[in-house]
Design a protein around this ligand. Sequence first.
Ligand SMILES: [Zn+2]
Length: 500
Amino acid sequence: MSEIGLKFNRNISQYQDTLFAAPEEVEGLPQSYVEFRTRADGTCAIDMSYPSYFSFMNFSESDDARRRLSYKFLNRAKDENLTALDEMIRKRRDLVNVLGYETFAEYQTEVRMAKDAETVWQFENNLNSALRQKAEQDYVEMLVFKSETEGRQATAIQPWEKFYYQKKLLRVKYQVDAEKVKEYFPIERVVSGLFDLYQELFGMEFRQVENPSVWHKDVTMYEMYDSGSGNLIGHFYLDLFPRANKYQHAAQFDVRSAKLYLDGRQTPVAALVCNFPKPTADEPSLLPHDDVETFFHEFGHLLHALLNRGELEGLSVPRDFVEAPSQMLENWVWQKASLQRFARHFKTGETIPDDLVERMIAAKNLNSGVNALQQVYYAILDLTLHDGYSPDDNRSTTDIVRDLQNEITLYPYQEDTHFQASFGHLYGYAAAYYGYMWSKVYAQDMFSVFEENGVLDTETGMRYRRIILEKGGTEDPLELVKAFLGREPSNEAFMRSLGL
Ligand SMILES: [Zn+2]
């Protein structure tokens, strides 16, 4: 299974194909993008890498060239991976049959928060219908905009038009200039702002360690104390800036886990590894709002790791809940009350204006229904392939992709494409892709308690720390969530968060 899976992902990452676009087909793209890819014969070579692909889909004025590029992109690795995927599905089924399970989804969900495949199906089907209203609003907004742009009544939006019209709409109607937004987020303010908020909300005190023993001079180290008792909770490191040979994304890593020994507790140690722009002698580091959100998210994982009061090291939080506490904390970078405390212009010190925050939120909600529905489609596809489907019956994985896309998303399936061949998560997230939206729904539900009591309410913060964070993986997350909410969970808060 590992061999097939690794091959599946290698076929995707090593796959090469190129669209040779004529000069008029790259109109709309930045000059540097075009220059970098122009060949001696004047055509522009667009490869399948994300930066090449997404910029082209966002900006090329040529509908036909976008269609052709999308066709190539959705057929990546199809010659080898359609067979590899069938093989992967067969092997998974064989394995779980030996273990006495009917389907791979049943086997995977048993130890998760969801507990069985049926619950996940119900969850996805509920979301699917609840999301229709916002998704249709989104679709109509795009259709009206396309009609205005083309000067005639448009009747549909093709999959290769979605990014293009979305980008244009953001520019024309929502007018959020990311470069201007950045000016309100100099890194020192963001770090101290997050520290202040989290210390206050969750009853902690962070103290920087002088001259720490660290792996690079950019790295800083802190002690975390409980502000009530003054007891040491643990230590953490911040490694925030890029350098050669460093991990290239943002993530939290456990260095030492919380654990109880006969002679007392081992305090946990964790590190936050990010790649934010580094300040220079004459320019401060200004964080794009996405990075601010990432920082609040990843620091949430750090809190979860450090505040864990569990006795055993091996009890990890189930994978379909582990993102929820961090996803919940993303909300603090979208709230006026919390932003007012630290989002200040790096030159003038002016607090981020309310109308800018409102425009940022409106822009976030553009296509939020359509995008969420796309996630439901991925989850249902993953679930379908791992819950009773057999590649040896009369339906191919392509039949399933075509039917589900047409049924769930509002954008029609592009004929003769095989997106599943390059959907790498079918290996890593087999029957687990649902976890992304699942945890988001619980995250927003938990956030609704803060919405009600105030996002700076320390009493709610402390309850959250005790009930959710300190329990780590020692109890069923569903019971913890219910205890924190004081009621049964629902997806209402999630729907609200999409701008409904
Ligand atoms: Zn995360």
